[in-house]
Design a protein around this ligand. Sequence first.
Ligand SMILES: Cc1ncc(COP(=O)(O)O)c(C=O)c1O
Length: 366
Amino acid sequence: MINPTLAEMATYPFVRLEEARRRLVAAGVEVIDFGKGDPNEPTDPIIRQALIEAVPERAPYPLAQGLPELRAAAAGWCDRRFGVEVDPDTEIVPTYGSKEAIFSLAQVLATAGRTVVFGEPAYPVYERGALFAGAEVQTLPLLRDNGFLPDIDAIPDDTAIVWVNYPHNPTGAVAPLDFYERLAEAAAERDFYIASDEAYTELWFDDPPVSALQTGDRSRTIVFQTLSKRSSMTGYRSGFVAAPPEVIAALKAYRPTVGTAPQEFVQRASVVAWNDEHHVEETRSRYRAKREVLIPAIEAKGWEIVASGATMYLWVVGPDVDLLLEHGLLVAPGEFFGPSGAGYVRFALVPTLDECVRAAAILAGL
Ligand SMILES: Cc1ncc(COP(=O)(O)O)c(C=O)c1O
């Protein structure tokens, strides 16, 4: 018998997008795919070269604790970027991208029969990880009137984990430090962990977003970082968790069982990626150029762009997804990410700049 949690699970929404894309291509339509958030940007040559040079004659099993050089690079980056001192030996563990670590957190902490809370619309993995761990799930609506921040007072009493994700997928909303401070206070009073998915902190276009690590009390804060979007390294699978020592110790105990340590040659390329900001600035300017093409084209249709201050996403009120599809523009319907996403559409700025220019022309002709 298949695990009923798996059997009851709706199709991962992006599988449905991929099916739509294939249907269109088969019908001879040129598809410009703003659907899935997988960057098409090149990985910087210094990172690729570091990977090539690190491939050994024989690659042994990587250890869950990761290479000391990688932990030091991650800690150094937290210090430079957020002004936070994190101990590389007791407060950092490398991860295989961040998705697997996000998925399994509910198995590492005591959550069975307790509640895992997250705002919606959301990246779907917080919920799936919680359900597989036998936890209850409680969503909080993320609404425009609240700046797409959850109502901290609505967090239920038996909560084990509260997931937050700013800059936010899919809305592009950014959280102020004061929000994290209030959340950290609530976590201390009511005994839950804050799990902060910070996959998009480096894709900003105004001021650099803050991290949940920057609060006065980070004793209950678990941060998930990744090179996937920052360094356009989705296929490398490399990230890290920064957390209090007891959580890192638990992860170091749990992770060898699952076997999700990144390959050492990937870890060595990751050291180069965390230590370089030049390529990240370039990545931001590529996304900025695409925003400069698409934002006016979308606004010219009378569709409103809300939040969208950071990330690779534009969160748009108004477009008809099917009409866009007919013209070869694939976008993600907001309700894919949860009921509060209804009425919105997410454009992921992953097509090339040329494709964005073509998409703007298609929009103008609609
Ligand atoms: C909000 C959010 N968190 C985490 C991830 C996971 O990224 P990765 O596993 O590549 O680090 C993604 C990927 O799209 C995401 O959108």
